[in-house]
Design a protein around this ligand. Structure first.
Ligand code: IMP
Ligand code: MG
Length: 174
């Protein structure tokens, strides 16, 4: 393994931005509770940092999905590896993702979760690669950073299951 990691977004910048987005979410959900649905594994670091900064009441649940198909392109058919523990009916759901790339995973997931009759469903992502979007209908309500089409790691994102624990966003250089 000879890959190197170049810092793209330093830790201070990530944390500052998460605080700003958390303040916006807290304003938008004022007077209500928000039910965070963390998409494992990548979303877990962002979910924790975001949740700590919200001033509205928060509940949390976790879901793990895997996209059928090999290689780096997701197929858009999602298999639920670990489902949520609790029902969504009547809840204000905020899906928390690490990155939206083609949007295939989220397009499929949102359809599944809507069938569970939440009061509302919004999407929050740490990173977005808008140039890569295939599923244009995926509307992202809260984005921390839009980034160019480069493969990134850190803050939950992995390359071959490594580098999730980096406290910054880095680009993998091979
Ligand atoms: P989508 O269905 O194409 O939007 O796939 C999104 C998923 O692909 C994310 O949840 C990540 O697991 C993965 N992914 C996309 N881009 C990157 C990247 O730059 N680094 C690490 N994982 C990525
Ligand atoms: Mg993911």
């Amino acid at each position: 393994m000879s890959e190197k990691i170049r810092v793209l977004i330093p830790e201070e910048d990530v944390n500052k931005k998460i605080s700003e987005v958390a303040a916006q979410i807290s304003r938008d959900y004022e007077g209500r509770s928000v039910h965070l649905v963390c998409i494992l594994k990548g979303g877990v670091f962002f979910t924790c940092e975001l949740a700590k900064r919200l001033s509205v009441p928060v509940t949390l649940d976790f879901m793990s999905v895997s996209s059928y198909g090999a290689g780096t392109e997701s197929s858009g058919v999602v298999r639920i590896v670990k489902d949520l523990d609790e029902p969504l009916k009547g809840r204000e759901v905020l899906i928390v993702e690490d990155i939206i790339d083609s949007g295939r995973t989220l397009a499929y997931l949102i359809e599944i979760l809507k069938q569970r009759e939440p009061a509302g469903i919004r999407l929050c992502t740490l990173l977005d690669k808008p140039q890569r979007r295939v599923k244009k209908q995926v509307k992202v309500d809260y984005t921390c950073f839009s980034i160019p089409d480069e493969f990134v790691v850190g803050y939950g994102l992995d390359y071959d299951q490594k580098y999730r624990n980096l406290p910054y966003i880095g680009v993998v250089e091979f």
